[in-house]
Design a protein around this ligand. Structure first.
Ligand code: KMH
Ligand code: ZN
Length: 275
């Protein structure tokens, strides 16, 4: 079994300091949280940008400051920018950070309800445009799928030559409007992707650690972090992203799975063959 790749989703676009004061917003908070997460065992950092007041932004200048500050403290880590951002942003707004030539970016593979009146819109033409923009620049992509239809869309576009190999999926499960993160959901998605594809799981809220355990035992990879979950355990807020990463590391240890360094993660994901 390959070593375990741990991604840390540092802040996202939705959670706030009102819910957990440790959520990073500022450039300094992002850099510190990234450093601690990498020290704890993360090899990939999934990055959203916020203004100092917590408002999500895809502004390239703000993203550039955050990426530079993280690179200065974590020169080896794989930096994955979000092209999903927050609901309601236009295609052009969302694509902005690709101009910074990050090593990795997300490619969201379908639309879904996102709680309340929110809809996270990714039409087929959006997905095609994002795939071209990411691949043209030689950036490695992670295929974010919130339900089975998104996996099918990614595979359909792969067969058409729009989405190129290597295929690395992220199953983001437990969003209010997407698929839940029960074992049967995990199994269904995991069995739906090609043999030579890789995958990571991101469980929202209470699904974070149960899903992590399924993936750890199955040979998949894991994402944790404040974007997805703010609790270390039921009713106990996490003080840092690093605590959530450390918990994933300890689950891996219990299962006898070693943790990948960033260099090892690049090899496991075949990042040299960007597609
Ligand atoms: N914040 C969500 C609306 C991504 O990073 O690519 C979208 C999201 C997906 O977080
Ligand atoms: Zn995200």
């Amino acid at each position: 079994m390959d070593k375990l790749i741990i991604t840390c989703a540092l802040t996202g676009a939705e959670v706030t300091k009102q819910l957990n004061p440790a959520i990073p917003y500022t450039v300094e908070e992002m850099a510190r949280s990234a450093y601690e997460a990498v020290q704890a065992g993360a090899s990939i950092l999934h990055i959203h940008a916020r203004h100092d007041d917590g408002t999500p932004t895809q502004d390239a200048a703000r993203f550039g400051q955050i990426l530079d500050a993280i690179r200065a403290r974590c020169p080896e880590a794989i930096l994955q920018v979000s092209t999903g951002s927050a609901t309601g942003m236009s295609r052009e707004e969302r694509l902005q950070p690709l101009s910074l030539q990050p090593e990795m970016a997300t490619l969201d593979c379908g639309t879904l309800n996102f709680g309340g009146d929110e809809i996270f819109i990714n039409t087929e033409n959006d997905i095609i445009a994002f795939a071209h923009a990411i691949q043209q620049r030689g950036i490695y992509k992670e295929l974010e799928c919130f339900e089975k239809g998104h996996v099918d869309m990614a595979l359909r576009l792969h067969r058409k030559g729009v989405i190129t190999a290597p295929l690395h999926f992220s199953f983001v499960l437990g969003v209010n409007g997407g698929m839940t993160g029960e074992y049967r959901d995990f199994r269904f998605l995991r069995d739906s992707i090609p043999e030579d594809a890789t995958y990571s799981v991101a469980g929202i809220g209470r699904y974070e650690f149960p899903l992590a355990e399924y993936a750890i035992r199955d040979g998949g990879h894991v994402r944790v972090g404040f974007e997805d979950n703010i609790y270390l355990e039921k009713g106990v807020l996490a003080h840092s992203n690093a605590q959530l990463v450390a918990k994933a590391v300890s689950l891996a240890r219990q299962a006898g799975r070693l943790i990948a360094t960033p260099a090892e993660a690049r090899r496991i994901l075949r990042m040299e063959a960007k597609g």
